[in-house]
Design a protein around this ligand. Structure first.
Ligand code: HEC
Ligand code: HEC
Length: 245
């Protein structure tokens, strides 16, 4: 008899447990729905950015405005935060990252939205029935970086030795290290000049200890780029233009 009583006493508790987890599940489901709803707003947040970076995040004017489509989300997030704190100075973007005060959530959403856009490296086959808008939108999603001449063997060797472990073998980036392939060559060149002039720190953020060592070796944060000649850098850029698939 005693045992039965115990069981009976236990049952409501278990029920309560079930009810509680159902509530939690309910809460999780609602939370999930909110996130899905918010994901759409990544596109809305991107609205004012499109004037410079293009409707599809394809950038423009041969790299005055960089491509953002398909860039790593963690890197876009990092860059936007650096623009906000002016750690990386970007005058054209100040009103967008300062006044409008992009919140951390906005930054996350817009970064995920952009990272998800895939740009093609081949021209689409149109059907006769495709209207002008469909064609225009499809063309905006095509991005082919002109191939650059250079010593491709030298570029390849140097890229693999000095860049690949952060930017990836295929140049698509790793974690918060940016994708370089498919980015405008002029833009990449300009960034490397900024690094070499000490205006933007390059590879110091890798691993804390490694970064310490690098900081000691190169106080300006030029890192690996400082050990290359201008010709080496041009060869690496030429190699990067061949990595597009
Ligand atoms: C008025 C033009 C303009 C607008 C609007 C603008 N940007 Fe930019 N953005 C630039 C320019 C120019 C650069 C390159 C700066 C440089 O050369 O360092 C840039 C760079 C970036 C980068 C760094 C890319 C990289 O590869 O390092 C990110 C990320 C970015 N913009 C995101 C955005 C987002 C998100 C918005 C909207 C909230 C936005 N931008 C609005 C002009 C603009
Ligand atoms: C130890 C890691 C590391 C190595 C090695 C490295 N990079 Fe980077 N690179 C970074 C990081 C981190 C950034 C982003 C820095 C920032 O946030 O401003 C970056 C950014 C860049 C950018 C700017 C991208 C953009 O969209 O603005 C270029 C160009 C670049 N690296 C070229 C190179 C080349 C070429 C090599 C090889 C010679 C190289 N990097 C090696 C870590 C590295």
């Amino acid at each position: 008899m005693k045992r039965t009583t115990l069981r009976a006493g236990f049952a409501p508790l278990r029920l309560l447990g079930v009810a509680a987890s159902a509530l939690l599940l309910g809460a999780a489901a609602t939370h999930g729905a909110e996130l899905v709803g918010q994901q759409d707003s990544g596109k809305e947040i991107y609205g004012p950015c499109a004037a410079c970076h293009g409707d599809q995040g394809q950038g423009s004017r041969r790299g005055e405005y960089p491509r953002l489509a398909g860039q790593r989300a963690a890197y876009i997030e990092d860059s936007l935060k650096k623009f906000r704190t002016r750690e990386r100075l970007n005058l054209p973007m100040l009103p967008y990252t300062q006044e409008r005060e992009l919140s951390d959530v906005d930054i996350k959403l817009v970064s995920a939205y952009l990272a998800d856009i895939t740009l093609q490296t081949t021209f689409p086959d149109f059907k006769d029935t495709d209207d002008a808008l469909t064609r225009l939108e499809a063309m905006e999603k095509v991005m082919i970086i002109p191939k650059l001449e250079g010593d491709l063997d030298n570029g390849k060797t140097l890229y693999k030795e000095a860049c690949a472990y952060c930017h990836g073998q295929a140049g698509k980036g790793i974690g918060r290290f940016p994708m370089l392939v498919g980015q405008y060559t002029h833009y990449l060149q300009r960034q490397m000049d900024a690094y070499l002039n000490g205006e933007r720190p390059h590879d110091m953020v890798a691993d804390e200890e490694e970064a310490e060592e690098k900081l000691k070796a190169k106080p300006k944060g030029v890192g690996v780029l400082g050990r290359l000649t201008k010709q080496d850098i041009d060869d690496i850029l030429a190699y990067i233009t061949r990595l597009q698939d």
